[in-house]
Design a protein. Sequence first.
Length: 208
Amino acid sequence: MKVILNCAMTADGKIASKERKQAVISSEEDMRRVHVLRSQVDAVLVGVGTVLADDPSLSVKEKYVPGGRSPLRVVLDPGLRTPPGSRILQDGVPTVIYSCVEGSVCGAEVVALPGPVIPLCMVLDDMEKRGLETLLVEGGGETMWRFLDQGMVDEYNVFVGSMLFGGRSAPTPVDGEGRVVSEAMRLELLSAEVLGNGVLLSYRVKKC
Ligand SMILES: NC(=O)c1ccc[n+]([C@@H]2O[C@H](COP(=O)([O-])OP(=O)(O)OC[C@H]3O[C@@H](n4cnc5c(N)ncnc54)[C@H](OP(=O)(O)O)[C@@H]3O)[C@@H](O)[C@H]2O)c1
C-alpha cells in the first residue's frame, strides 16, 4: 500500500500551538491541494489525538473539489476514546476505527486488533484486504512518528505556513520518541512549490 504523510507546520516547525488546538496554517491554495489529494486516495487516517483536539471531518469539501469523492476515514484509537457525535462519524462517509478493545461506536466500524499498541502492519493488511491501495495520513505528530519509525511511508508532504507559534511543548510533524543522529530518517526532496503565502515541500522517504 502506498502511504503518503501530509501536514501543515509553521515556519518554526509546529503543527499546532502550545494549546494543541486546531489552527489554520495552510494557505487557501494549500487547502485546495489537500482536498484534491483526499479525493484521489482510498483512505485518510488520523490518530485519536487529532480527533479529540480538532474534531476534523476529513471529508472532501465541495467548495474545493466539486463532486469530489470522500475516501474511507480511519482513526487509530486503541481505547475507543472517539467522542460520540464527532464530525468524523457523520456525513454518511464510511469510517473505520482500529482499536485494541472490543466495542462499538455509532457511525463507525470498529476493528479490534491485539494491543496495547495497534500493529500498523495489521492495519495496512486489513486495508489491502478491503481493496484499498493508497493511504493519506494527516496527523498528528505521534501517529506520523509511528508510521515513519516503522518504515511504512513513501511520501512526506509538509506545507510551511508563514506564521510562528513557538512553545517547547507545541506539537511538531513528527513527535514520538525520536531518533539519535546516526539513525535519522533520510529524505529525498522531490519538489518545493510556493502555494500562496507558504511553501509546500514534498519528499520521498528513503527506505533503509
Ligand atoms: N497542522 C496539521 O497538519 C495537523 C494535522 C493533524 C493534527 N494536528 C495537531 O496535532 C495535535 C494532535 O497530535 P497528537 O500527536 O497529540 O495526536 P495523534 O497523532 O493524532 O494521536 C495520537 C494517539 O493516537 C493513538 N495512536 C496512534 N497510533 C497508534 C498506534 N499505532 N497504536 C496505538 N495507538 C495509536 C494513541 O492514542 P491513545 O492516547 O488513546 O493511546 C495516541 O496517543 C493536535 O494539536 C492537532 O491540532 C495538526
